[in-house]
Design a protein around this ligand. Sequence first.
Ligand code: FES
Ligand code: FES
Length: 154
Amino acid sequence: MQITVNGQTQDLSIKDNTLLIDVIRDQLQLTGTHSGCDTTQCGCCTVLMDQVAVKSCTILARQAEGASIQTIEGLAKDHLHPVQEAFSEEHGLQCGYCTPGMIMSTVYLLQSHPNPTDEQIKEGLAGNICRCTGYVNIVKAVKSAAKKMQETHV
Ligand code: FES
Ligand code: FES
């Protein structure tokens, strides 16, 4: 099957029951997408599929055929994406394990809510669990990212 990840079309040989996360991590070596629970709870494995945030441990790779997948590696071009910058500057990460998923969910949230309220951020990140800390700095990072994106028109 063919799958497009971060703008590159890949020809892959996979079994029918191969999960998208396994293609991303094991076959394409894009290990920025993390696996935390394998049961659709933690959100560490979140990627964008045709601009929509999905948990890649819940999607069969075959379901992604013809779709455009974006992973955390696909966000930064010459420099960090504003959401990545904001998480770093606002200390929205500690061990960083949940961070790729948090960032992908934030990118998705900001597409529909460019200036989100605390409530909208809470709702938008409800599927992403951080085991390290509270969510105060994560919310601050999302707000800072929103501002940066408006300023840079990303
Ligand atoms: S690994 Fe996919 S939701 Fe936890
Ligand atoms: S920063 Fe460690 S799990 Fe979230």
